[in-house]
Design a protein around this ligand. Sequence first.
Ligand code: NAD
Length: 394
Amino acid sequence: MAKFPINARFRGFICTSAHPTGCAQNVQRQIAIAKAAPGKPVGRVLVIGSSAGYGLSSLITAMWSHGASAISVCFERAAKDDRTASAGWYNLAEVHAQAKAAGKSIQTINGDAFSHAIKEQVLAAVKASGPIDLLVYSLASPVRVDPDSATKYASVLKPIGGPYTNKTVNLDSEQIQPITIQPANEADISNTVKVMGGEDWKLWVDALSKAGLLAKGCRTVAYSYIGPQLTYPIYRAGTIGRAKDDLEATAKRMDRELVQSIGGHAWVSVNKALVTQASSAIPVVPLYISLLYKVMKERGTHEGTIEQMVRLFNDQLIGVTPKLDEAGRIRVDDREMAADVQAAVAVLWETVESGNFLALSDYAGFKHEFRGLYGFELPGIDYAAPVEVDLPLV
Ligand code: NAD
């Protein structure tokens, strides 16, 4: 047991501490939103990448809007000496506490989802609890160690074909700066596809299918992003975009297989750009998000991860036939991509510079939400008070 006041330790888009009470408050807020939007029931859900961002909100939505029992997989760090646990650790600790209080069933397996050992542990857990009805694949990882060859692949965020120059916000100095990112080589592209493409998702689905652990009609979903032309060179037309192309192609292949084998489905849902640990690390994107938040909040169309997942699960995923776009994808990025929203963001993008940045953008909202991901800057919490950091995950 270790109790001490926790300081926020931010450097750029990284925070090396997290506040358990703040993380718990985030989870409680999401649960309240999910509970207020009850949907059709779903039996058993497996969420891979369940401790933060879209995966955490998927888990909460499945359990509290749709009554699911859950198995969850994450890769999080426990507290040690004077270090707090990671935010995802505290998030899931609270999900478990709330589930217990509500009589809901959840089991979490913490470890590298790319490894054979974790896949085997999860398969054993599913075998014990029963076949799953919904598999959410929401990993966002910078690296993947291939369990067979032990080769380590690193995903990179680079343009393809030529350098990309644009504006970005320096999260330390809070100044708008020009940024030039050099193009990827072939190895960068294939490594990023290896980490963030569809291969591992398919390995999970195949392993569960082979073991007879996908229930009849089981659905599986993974998350993608498209975004505006201005981020295309670094996102959709860059290395990460190639990985998303691969993810989407994998969904189509798996969908054909699942329809045939169990009357199931595999889809990709294209989600909105939001502040998460993963998205904050992408150059240019935090500035785009700051402007997007300003425009969407003014129009009353802003959503966070939980609102996005409640809409996805209720309207498209659970007990309904989704409306797919021309490429076969579910779209919940419709409000972000609305023509008037994008036109307004494009105008702001042209004019934004260090002098007018704070007035033109919702950087305050971005920063507040970013700090909130780690449990900081939340209302009603005495951040000077000592707090127990050594919480059990489950
Ligand atoms: P996140 O950083 O908030 O969460 C990532 C999750 O993956 C965490 O639960 C983490 O524990 C888990 N994880 C990472 N490596 C792991 C490993 N090796 N084994 C087990 N678990 C591991 O990420 P996010 O932004 O919610 O992204 C999730 C998905 O949503 C990604 O595919 C991302 O591209 C997509 N997406 C994100 C946005 C956005 O704006 N954030 C928009 C659209 C789509």
